[in-house]
Design a protein around this ligand. Structure first.
Ligand SMILES: C[S@@+](CC[C@H](N)C(=O)[O-])C[C@H]1O[C@@H](n2cnc3c(N)ncnc32)[C@H](O)[C@@H]1O
Length: 217
């Protein structure tokens, strides 16, 4: 999976991507993030890319640098790619939708990030394929929302997770009927006054599977 990330703060991605599962995916060439600094596409001598909003307070990212950046990526890869824009007010993500987005985006796409309030609506009208929300609350930055979305996709790439069962049996998976995962225990068998459910110690796999099913959230 290759993701072209348009941002003014590439370093905010590196701090998260340089660890654990995502880093393993990058090391194995299963996931390749490519960063583009939006300011590099500005024709302003101070490399500004924002302007005052019409009819309200606040700054908006101008259409020209964004359009130049998106077209630059299309030129480099010789084709038009899907463009993702993270926003609180559109398609709310859940596990099933992540699986559908993975099917559509597993190969290559562009994601637009900006740090403040908005981008010019005409960029959304002209280029954006999917408008995605990580849920009904407002974050200060697109980068964080984008990292959440990318993380959910990357764990679906084959061989990224050490154990494919953990993906198939995670909360909200198809196998768990989109329910929450059952409780999990380890040694010691008794901690404080709480004991591990005896079924889990019984070695009876059929009963254990039934217990797991009965204890989904
Ligand atoms: C401060 S928010 C802007 C909110 C915008 N004025 C509104 O009311 O929809 C800055 C950016 O962070 C991203 N963002 C914030 N919350 C998000 C969410 N729940 N899902 C996806 N993106 C989000 C969006 O890209 C948003 O434009």
């Amino acid at each position: 999976m290759k993701i072209h990330i348009l941002t003014i703060f590439p370093e905010t991605f590196e701090s998260y991507f340089w660890s654990s599962i995502i880093w393993r995916a990058i090391e194995k060439w299963l996931f390749t993030p490519v960063y583009y600094k939006l300011n590099d596409f500005s024709s302003d001598k101070f490399k500004r890319i924002d302007e005052k909003a019409y009819g309200m307070h606040g700054q908006v990212i101008s259409p020209e640098p964004l359009s130049k950046a998106v077209n630059h990526i299309f030129d480099v890869v010789w084709k038009k790619l899907p463009v993702v824009y993270m926003t609180p007010s559109w398609d709310l993500l859940n596990q099933e939708k992540v699986e559908n987005y993975y099917d559509k985006l597993w190969e290559e796409f562009v994601v637009i990030c900006w740090h403040y309030e908005w981008i010019d609506q005409r960029i959304i009208d002209l280029y954006v394929t999917y408008k995605i929300s990580v849920w009904e609350y407002v974050l200060s930055s697109w980068e964080l929302a984008t990292q959440v979305f990318i993380d959910t996709l990357v764990r679906h790439i084959p061989w990224v997770l050490g154990n494919i069962d953990s993906l198939e049996e995670d909360s909200f998976s198809k196998k768990l009927n989109r329910q929450k995962e059952y409780p999990v225990y380890t040694r010691p068998e008794e901690f404080e006054w709480l004991k591990v459910p005896w079924i889990l110690l019984s070695g009876n796999h059929k009963e254990i599977e039934k217990w797991k099913k009965d204890n989904l959230g």
